[in-house]
Design a binder for this molecule. Structure first.
Ligand code: MG
Ligand code: ZN
Length: 351
């Protein structure tokens, strides 16, 4: 009798524990392209020692090499995050043998979740492309654009209009998207006024202007997309990229880079505000690689002193930050493709 009582107690405890291990109904993944430790710390200093990303409780290191090079590009780096496999330099959504591999966006869509992509670059650029397309090389911009027609992504907002309606094959993909029921928007105001939850936004022929000039459009896009998706029974997945942190780091432009980080960090704040109220949301902030080999030496006036070691990418591991349901999975040192598996694990835990 005593044993039976103990057994019941153990079963009850196990039940409570498994109920506590929360499933992430919603996932907001924020990728700072080219964003290493120093890029974030520079913005923290410039902001009076404040950064929303630094309020996230779980961290891990990510080793960013691709399958054939020590220093990755954003194609292989994005594919590792989006699809869970290390692949060759400049690959988009394909493995080492150029075979298509499903992305988390596609898997989440099949699970009934609403899906969104928000970027400050061309929508066909390597990072967003890794979530929607499967092509041998990142330069195939016009091919990549056609993947948005498959309907797997409910809301996509960014630049790159020319790859949709100013194409070599003369197809007008914006018309085709409209025929498939997408609402088309061209600026921040139209995002705010959008009536449906299936929206394609084209804010520039190529990349968006820099942070100072595009003002609050990224935050408006994220807030609007969360609001459109939050009542979906099966939840949602949103990938937002701070695309131009990398670009300013390639140019070795310190203050422009900091403005891009701040813009990205404001998006993180919006994601965290929602997740902290919602309690069923996993927020992950990550990067595909470090750009510029940025260091902060002790010379001159602290705040403006920096030194770049390259105009390209580096092999230095980056930091992953996580908060919310399933965030406890993120700790220690991991390979860049492992974060895919931890995100999937968090989102499917109780299935
Ligand atoms: Mg990118
Ligand atoms: Zn780059």
């Amino acid at each position: 009798m005593k044993n039976l009582r103990e057994l019941i107690l153990v079963i009850a405890l196990l039940t409570i524990t498994s109920l506590n291990a929360q499933q992430a109904k919603n996932v907001i993944l924020l990728i700072g392209d080219g964003t290493g430790l120093t890029q974030l710390y520079s913005a923290y200093e410039a902001n009076g020692r404040n950064l929303n990303i630094y309020s996230m409780p779980h961290t891990a290191l990510s080793i960013t090499n691709c399958s054939d090079k020590r220093v990755t590009d954003s194609g292989a780096g994005g594919t590792a995050i989006a699809c869970g496999q290390k692949t060759y330099y400049s690959a988009i959504g394909v493995d080492k043998d150029s075979m298509p591999i499903p992305s988390m966006l596609e898997i989440f869509k099949d699970m009934g979740k609403k899906t969104g992509i928000i970027v400050s670059c061309n929508l066909n650029h390597a990072t967003p492309a890794s979530f929607v397309a499967h092509v041998k090389n990142r330069d195939l911009y016009e091919d990549i654009a056609t993947f948005y027609l498959n309907g797997k992504c409910d809301i996509f907002l960014g630049g790159g209009k020319d790859n949709f309606d100013n194409r070599k094959d003369k197809r007008n993909l914006i018309k085709e998207l409209q025929n498939k029921g997408y609402e088309i928007v061209y600026n921040e105001k139209e995002v705010l006024n959008a009536k449906t939850n299936r929206i394609a936004g084209f804010f520039a022929p190529g990349h968006l202007p820099k942070a100072k000039e595009r003002q609050t459009i990224m935050q408006t896009c994220l807030k609007t997309t969360i609001n459109k998706f939050k009542d979906n029974k099966e939840g949602f997945f949103i990938m937002l990229e701070g695309s131009q942190i990398d670009m300013k780091a390639h140019d070795n432009k310190f203050s422009d880079m900091i403005e891009e980080v701040n813009d990205f960090d404001e998006c993180v704040r919006i994601a965290l505000d929602f997740a902290r109220k919602d309690k069923n949301t996993l927020v992950v902030v990550t990067a595909d690689h470090e750009t510029g080999g940025l260091t902060l030496p002790a010379t001159g006036k602290d705040m403006d002193t920096c030194a770049w070691s390259t105009t390209g990418h580096t092999a230095t591991p980056i930091i992953i930050y996580a908060e919310g349901a399933g965030a406890e999975n993120f700790h220690g040192v991991m390979q860049n493709n492992e974060q895919f598996h931890y995100i999937m694990k968090a989102a499917t835990k109780n299935d």
